[in-house]
Ligand binder design. Sequence first.
Ligand code: ATP
Length: 185
Amino acid sequence: MKIGLFGGAFDPFHNGHLAICRAAVSTAGLDRLIVIPTYKAPHKDGFSAGYDDRCRMVELALAGTGAEVSRYEGERGGISYSAVTVEDFRRRFPEDELYFLIGSDSYRDIESWYQPERITAAATLLVFPRGGVEIAVRPHAQAVDMEPVRVSSTEIRTLLKYGGDPEKYMPKAVYKYIKENNLYE
Ligand code: ATP
């Protein structure tokens, strides 16, 4: 079975993330997709929304799609190193083909991550296009064709903070959740 792991801050989850989830199944042919919100990032000072809210938004966005949302990194606690996460899932699924999904901007920077060779030893990278960042695929990675979606969580948070309306950039249920819970104001 082809199993994909998709980690991210999802602060909040948006249409770019959704496009990756769809292409992972329809184009890359994954049988199972596990989305893993980051609990505590090594790179960032902190997130704007709490872990539970970020998980809820991913669950709402992916309800009915067949993708699973895992709270594994929250349960593990501490800093969420992708190297540790991918190795743990490798142990959990020893017989399966394991893939780790990232956007081309993250792929460009992956050498600055914590022990990235542990990620590429445990899984094949699936790299999805992100506007403006070309993908030069190395042996441990495969590029997946997808129409780029120009949006970032930062842009959405900025719009919400200054009274703009980011509704078109995210699934309806996520927008509704943000409004109901007064997130990112
Ligand atoms: P922020 O603006 O806060 O940095 P982000 O929009 O980059 O957030 P993340 O949750 O940090 O979102 O991203 C998780 C993963 O999704 C990363 O691998 C990133 O490259 C990828 N990704 C995010 N947005 C897009 C997009 N619009 N197109 C393709 N890949 C994306």
